[in-house]
Design a protein around this ligand. Sequence first.
Ligand code: NAP
Length: 260
Amino acid sequence: MDFGIKGRNALVCAASKGLGYGSALALAKEGVHVTITARGAETLEAAAKKIREAAPGVNVKTVAGDITTAEGREQALAAAGEIDILVNNAGGPPPGDFRDWDREHWIKALDANMITPILLVKAVVDKMAARKFGRIVNITSSSVKAPIPVLGLSNGARSGLHGFIAGLSRQVAKDGITINNLLPGRFLTDRLRTTMNKGGTLQGEALEAEIAKQATTVPAGRFGTAEEFGQVCAFLCSVQAAYMTGQNVLLDGGNYPGSF
Ligand code: NAP
């Protein structure tokens, strides 16, 4: 299927690895020019090289910086130019017990997983409206739908983003803009590997055995891949998905057990 977005321009945040990278790759394969960001320049350049190889003819720009800072956002927006597609993403907050978190922990989580995406939406949405086309996808978490107790910072901050997006998406729908949240369940990225290595105690075969064991708990019998996550993200950015907005799209191999 041709997604009808060839030649469009995307900013994909936090995209040197994992779900952001998968999204940038899938968009580039659809002929979308991508600007990708991450803090670590070396991994970011390696990611850009892989995308260029997979999608010849597409412009791939890189911006090394922290997207949760004003400077990082300004640099990313300036490099990307006229943005038709925005994919919001950043690292998730750490797990823990809410009794150990003070105001600073909450502000950090809100900055990364609620305020940063809202400010980036604010920076692009009126320009998208003027051009009568825009696609915004927020990478969040299945923990918004089914909260994970140790991820209280994530549950709280991301729920705030979802609430805001639910309202805004209806305000801009008539301007050809869709805003949707893409909620990953468990995808085998570096982040998931890190959370499964039990504080670095599991390595090599022991880690792989733990990953295989945990994967059987997902109804699909496996963890998702960054590539398949990216392909769903690209679909949400397609012309075919023009009538789909304000939705929370769960991508979890059947893990969420409810009917709705
Ligand atoms: P990942 O494999 O660790 O990749 C994270 C990417 O984001 C890297 O490119 C990283 O590069 C970049 N990044 C992190 N913080 C950044 C910042 N402040 N500014 C710019 N770039 C930043 O993680 P992932 O699994 O793809 O997770 C992506 C998001 O999905 C996270 O918020 C995570 O909590 C959420 N999520 C993931 C899963 C899963 O199963 N994987 C499930 C639910 C939710 P640098 O470190 O170099 O900046």
